[in-house]
Ligand binder design. Structure first.
Ligand SMILES: [Ca+2]
Length: 333
């Protein structure tokens, strides 16, 4: 489905493009655009001076900020900083220096997208439950699955299989607030056996469950909101019933949230302190070039370019207002 301008989140798309040193081209895969020039012209001018400075420049260094200290990539990986939500500074040799705030109040985790050979990777862990105690599974690199003590006690990418004990995939909620839990289950082998019961629990609380194969009301998809507390453990499990014959079960889930926090980032530039909102950026060089999506005192977010070639300012209201060019002032060469 082609995203609308609102769904696209132009600021986030731009921040991602800048973080990777790309051109910042919006393209035309956008729905419900009332005025193409009003969408593309501010974007062109916001990015052009930066493009011309970093397109063929070499990255000299990248640093990640964890809220209190800077890390190189190796240190950031060791500290398990969420790089997809990084606050980063990028320096180009003989080119601009820039900062990108990819942090956000919104976050999401997926059992498929985050599936990992590491316990805790992306917030997910892999256990089996035999008698009420969760015991960690062991990674099988050949099968690319987590295994319990039985041959068929498994958690693979999208599929789980019980054997006496129930396989349990858990997610640890990283915020206090409302989280949305959605996904689906499916009996992946209906050729024999008595089916399974798939469920989602928080401690002893059963949040949702579905007996497979579905015989009564359809229950194989789920989507619900949950008032959660930081550290809550959501358990996605498959119980075998009387036997585990043909109990392969597709069970995938996505958890998303909005923590309600600001996630602004204050940086030190040649011009002094600058505040970057989520998906904001600031770029500068010694020629007097500046480009930014930044927050001004009083909460307004502006898109702004000043360079020896030209100056432009688009959007000077709030972060959610539509981008509207307000001025473009070419400077004499
Ligand atoms: Ca069964």
């Amino acid at each position: 489905m082609t995203p609308t301008v609102a769904q696209l989140d132009v600021d986030q798309a731009r921040a991602t493009q800048i973080a990777f040193g790309h051109a910042g081209f919006l393209g035309d895969s956008v729905a419900d655009v009332g005025h193409w020039i009003r969408l593309h012209a501010p974007e062109y001018y916001l990015m052009q001076a930066l493009q011309s400075r970093y397109a063929d420049a070499t990255v000299a260094g990248v640093q990640y900020h964890d809220g209190s200290a800077w890390h190189g990539l190796q240190s950031a990986l060791r500290a398990r900083l969420p790089l997809e939500r990084a606050r980063l500074e990028i320096g180009y040799a003989a080119g601009p220096r820039l900062w990108v705030n990819r942090d956000s109040a919104r976050g999401a985790a997926g059992s498929l997208a985050d599936f990992s050979h590491e316990q805790g990777g992306g917030g997910w862990r892999y256990f089996y439950d035999q008698g009420g105690t969760l015991t960690p599974m062991t990674w099988d690199p050949g099968a690319q699955c987590w295994r319990g003590p039985g041959t068929f006690l498994l958690i693979c990418n999208g599929v789980m299989h019980p054997e006496g004990a129930a396989p349990v995939r858990t997610f640890t909620v990283p915020v206090t607030g409302t989280v949305t839990v959605e996904g689906r289950v499916q009996d992946a082998d209906t050729s024999c056996g008595d089916g399974v019961v798939a469920s989602i629990r928080r401690g002893a609380q059963v949040l949702w469950q579905c007996a497979l194969p579905e015989t009564g009301s359809p229950c194989s998809t789920f989507a619900f909101d949950l008032a959660a507390t930081l550290g809550d453990v959501l358990a996605f499990r498959v119980d075998q019933g009387a036997n585990n014959w043909c109990d392969s079960t597709v069970f995938t889930a996505r958890v998303s949230w909005d923590d309600g926090q600001g996630h602004d980032w204050a940086i030190a530039t040649l011009d002094g302190a600058v505040t970057l909102p989520p998906s904001g950026f600031f770029a500068e060089d010694a020629s007097g070039f500046r480009a930014a999506t930044m927050r001004l005192p009083g909460d307004a977010v502006v898109d702004h370019v000043a360079s020896p070639e030209y100056a432009a300012r688009a959007r000077s209201t709030t972060a959610t207002a539509a981008a509207t060019p307000t001025a473009r002032c070419p400077r004499p060469a």
